[in-house]
Design a binder for this molecule. Structure first.
Ligand SMILES: Cc1cc2nc3c(=O)[nH]c(=O)nc-3n(C[C@H](O)[C@H](O)[C@H](O)COP(=O)(O)OP(=O)(O)OC[C@H]3O[C@@H](n4cnc5c(N)ncnc54)[C@H](O)[C@@H]3O)c2cc1C
Length: 411
């Protein structure tokens, strides 16, 4: 079978539809987000656009077809994410909650759990949100560390036919939901008597038992609804445990495979936008000299290197997302490379573009630093590269029988 990197007619159509939606809705949303100083009001600006996206069927596109959605392959996902993230990565992160929060349900949920937890996200209207509540304010890089280390601090205590959840969670998009009463579903990484486990809390369990301690004011991705919340006495039916007690670490790691791969695509979107701005500047600005600054080889070298690295990260991310969403055994390794290499390349590339534009770039009104602010998030979100992701790569490389050619298929 041949491998083609040419977009199919359906993918061309998807790209155009995604670009049109981004041009019509996300560009203005991003401008409004930049102008609003209050983090909560800023995040709520996304809701009407979110409803439009749900109405247009985009949310269903995040749910894999075997679970009732319209999700396509990894390259389709990459096309949609890149087009939207080019205008508003915060909006994509806000919508993509089900991609992570439902992954453990697809992997280990019973048919009844799949039906119940996926149903809100098959809607044609409204703004249903999901949160993968893994991170905690005191840290999460060592969430699976056994006692006496604290690891995950949130507990789920058995009480008759319920779990009672207590603890604090931070960072995950939409922990408070739109109104502070919680998202439609929250997949909570917690400590049960049998180890680290995953329990799904639904909005009806959370309302009245979730307190928002603070809405976070992020320097990039500023439209994300990101907060620190306290869960107190959240009563969840025992049957909302996903898989078995103690299965939490593996399910959590797997939940972040596809979203990790997608970070390469977010990085591509930020680099692509920054490159456009820098190229336009370099081809039109003389800065008092005789020629546009691209005539200086030092400047054109930076642009050439940047372009090559953008193309490399884009293709790696396509491959990684394709592998992650199709269940290819190469998925976990390629997703890690897309996450680590993609995110760090974006920070380097955009920093180098800032340097060739010069001091003009150092003005928030000039459209370049905003992409660096977003890109700076990518090495630290979805499991920071230093704290979690490189350790996962180390484990892979140290594993018995690790074959360096396997992920590429060139074995
Ligand atoms: C916009 C946004 C969206 C997010 N979405 C989610 C989400 O949906 N769900 C969610 O749960 N979280 C989410 N997060 C949080 C994110 O996933 C973080 O990557 C995660 O909390 C881990 O961060 P950390 O590794 O820095 O952890 P920390 O535990 O805070 O560690 C801090 C640092 O200590 C060092 N460190 C700690 N332990 C080790 C070790 N064993 N080895 C090496 N170094 C170590 C590393 O340098 C690490 O970066 C989001 C964050 C943002 C900003």
């Amino acid at each position: 079978m041949s491998v083609s990197f040419t977009l199919s007619p359906a993918q061309e159509q998807l790209k155009q539809a995604a670009r049109q939606f981004a041009d019509e809705h996300l560009r203005d949303l991003a401008a409004a987000v930049r102008a609003e100083p209050d983090p909560r009001r800023r995040a709520l600006l996304a809701r009407p656009v979110f409803e439009k996206a749900v109405g247009a069927g985009f949310l269903k596109g995040l749910i894999p077809a075997p679970f009732g959605g319209a999700g396509g392959g990894g390259v389709d996902a990459a096309i949609l994410i890149e087009e939207w993230a080019a205008q508003s990565p915060d909006f994509v992160i806000s919508m993509a909650g089900p991609l992570i929060a439902l992954a453990p349900v697809y992997e280990a949920g019973t048919p009844a759990q799949v039906r119940r937890f996926v149903a809100p996200f098959l809607a044609d209207a409204g703004a249903p949100v999901a949160a993968m509540a893994y991170s905690e304010p005191e840290g999460s890089a060592n969430f699976d560390a056994p006692p006496p280390a604290e690891g995950t601090r949130t507990v789920a205590r058995p009480d008759g036919d319920h779990w009672v959840l207590d603890g604090r969670k931070q960072w995950a998009s939409h922990l408070p939901g739109w109104d502070g009463d919680g998202p439609e579903i929250m997949t909570v990484v917690c400590r049960t008597p049998g180890g680290i486990s995953l329990v799904v809390a639904e909005r009806e369990h959370l309302a009245g038992h979730i307190e928002v301690e603070e809405y976070l004011d992020l320097p990039g991705l500023a439209g994300c609804l990101t907060a620190r919340v306290r869960l107190h006495g959240v009563r969840v039916p025992r049957e909302n445990l996903i898989g078995a007690e103690g299965q939490g670490p593996a399910l959590t790691r797997n939940a972040f495979v596809a979203s990790g791969a997608s970070i390469g695509t977010f990085a591509t979107a930020a680099m692509r936008q920054a490159f456009d701005v820098a190229l336009r500047f370099a081809t039109t600005e003389r800065r008092g000299g005789a020629d546009p600054i691209i005539a200086h080889q030092a400047v054109s070298d930076v642009l050439a290197d940047a372009k090559g690295r953008i193309e490399a990260v884009r293709l790696l991310s396509w491959r990684a997302l394709d592998a992650a969403l199709s269940g290819d055994p190469a998925g976990p390794e390629l997703a890690l490379h897309a996450k680590v290499f993609g995110s760090e390349t974006a920070v380097d590339v955009i920093t180098s573009l800032v340097k060739i534009v010069g001091v003009t770039a150092y003005d928030t009104a000039f459209p370049l630093l905003r992409y660096l602010n977003d890109a700076l998030a990518y090495p630290v979100i979805e499991g920071s590269n230093t704290g979690v992701r490189r350790r996962q790569l180390q484990e892979l490389l140290r594993g018995p029988g690790y074959d360096p050619l396997a992920a590429s298929g060139m074995r």
